[in-house]
Design a protein around this ligand. Structure first.
Ligand code: AMP
Ligand code: MG
Length: 406
């Protein structure tokens, strides 16, 4: 047994989170095309290569005139459309028809909007001369060299639009983690199969896969029987993959039962066990292990316990890998109805639904009978934290909760 194994004590949720944060380093970065960059985390500052906008542009469809020419009657001498580049010095009494986005032909001009003008061929009469210049000036958004997007930013559609504008077509982002998920148990069969007596369908594999999508991860997945020798032999076929992975998830067998071999399997793969018990409900048997910058979780097989451990701990690992920086997963809200916690000695993460009412977050605790309860799992979008030994919480009580990955 490793000396760092904190088995002796059952860890609180916060201690597991701190442990995970402490051991994780962001993964290396890679360049990807803008088309593949949505949701990825930027790893270098992106600066404006030139002033933005790079030239004075008309903000309206209208007529460019000299600012110092206060007349109302003009002669149209040219037309500038978006994309044209026609520098020239306008004379008094001259105007140029210009489209929205068109480059102004010179300085000290004003664009009179089309709606304020009557045109008769080249003869232009301004009905109303307003103050607004209707120009988006060079450098108005940003100056050359200015940092526009900070490292650690998650690239959203709007950020990508900005990167496109400045020609940053291959942003440097964190690579996607390599993940292997092994679902163990003699009883589990694929969802499309009809279970024999004593068997159940594997719901954890899709739970894990769907959860990982949030980080763009497509995991390798395999079902293994509850047999240490077979599991070792089967995983031996994945040797290279196991040596290169960033995150290993093993479902089931994390407890101390006779056939619970997750711990031994992790040690067999060269992982050092850092923790193997929590005081959580659900989610008590949980193994956390590391090998260099790779991390492994032995997750309790119960689907709800799985859900809790994924949303509390595996999530923190994935955020840590991403380079987004440590995230605070806890938020505050108000209970919509009573939560009967029954003075349980363990720290409980209670499945609930959160909704926003008039700017306040309301949490409705879901009925929950056991840690295998799939009905509450299917509806939950939050986990309400109930401290060990807490009495029942009344409607209106302020609580902490974790919004789950949706
Ligand atoms: P274990 O952690 O292996 O002792 O499993 C605890 C409970 O979770 C048992 O009732 C298992 O049948 C159930 N279980 C384990 N793996 C899965 C799975 N992949 N899908 C659904 N239930 C599971
Ligand atoms: Mg099992």
């Amino acid at each position: 047994m490793s000396t760092k194994d904190q088995n002796a004590t059952a860890l609180r949720a916060e201690e597991v989170i701190a442990l995970v944060n402490q051991i994780l380093q962001p993964l290396s970065a890679e360049r990807v095309s803008l088309n593949d960059a949505v949701g990825r985390v930027l790893r270098e500052p992106v600066c404006a290569p030139e002033d933005q906008p790079p030239f004075d542009r008309s903000a309206m469809d209208g007529f460019a005139v000299r600012l110092d020419d206060s007349g109302l009657e003009f002669r149209m001498v040219d037309e500038i459309r978006a994309g044209d580049w026609k520098p020239r010095e306008l004379q008094r009494g001259e105007t140029i028809r210009i489209s929205t986005g068109g480059a102004l032909p010179g300085d000290n001009l004003q664009v009179v909007m089309k709606e304020d003008v009557q045109a008769d061929g080249a003869a232009i009469r301004i009905a109303q001369r307003r103050k607004s210049r209707n120009i988006r000036f060079r450098g108005e958004d940003a100056h050359a060299g200015q940092v526009l997007v900070e490292p650690g930013t998650t690239l959203q559609p709007g950020t990508l639009a900005l990167l496109a504008t400045i020609g940053q077509a291959m942003p440097l982002v964190t690579r996607i983690p390599r993940v292997l998920h092994l679902a163990t148990g003699n009883e589990i069969v694929a969802p499309e199969q009809t279970p024999q007596r004593g068997q159940i369908r594997d719901s954890n594999s899709i739970l894990v896969r769907a959860f990982l999508k949030h980080w763009h991860v497509e995991p390798e997945q395999q079902r293994l029987p509850e047999d240490e020798a077979v599991a070792k032999a089967e995983s031996g076929k994945r040797k290279a993959e196991i040596e290169n992975l960033d995150l290993l998830l093993i479902s089931g067998g994390a407890s101390v039962g006779e056939h619970d071999f997750t711990r031994r399997l992790l040690e067999h793969f060269g992982f050092e066990i850092l923790a193997s018990k929590t005081n959580l409900r659900p989610g008590k048997p949980l193994i956390v292990a590391r090998r260099g910058n790779a991390i492994a979780f032995g997750l309790p097989g119960n689907p709800l316990a799985h859900f809790v451990c994924l949303n509390l701990f595996v999530r923190v690992a994935l955020d840590g890998f991403s380079g987004r920086g440590p995230s605070n997963i806890f938020q505050r809200g108000t209970l919509a109805t009573t939560l009967e916690s029954d003075r349980n000695a363990r720290e409980t993460f209670w499945p609930a639904r959160h909704e926003s009412h008039a700017g306040r977050i309301q949490l409705a605790p879901l009925r929950w009978s056991s840690s295998g309860d799939l009905t509450s799992l299917s509806m939950a979008n939050a986990l309400v934290r109930v401290m060990p030994g807490a009495a029942d919480l009344d409607a209106g009580a302020e609580v902490e909760f974790v919004p789950t990955i949706c």
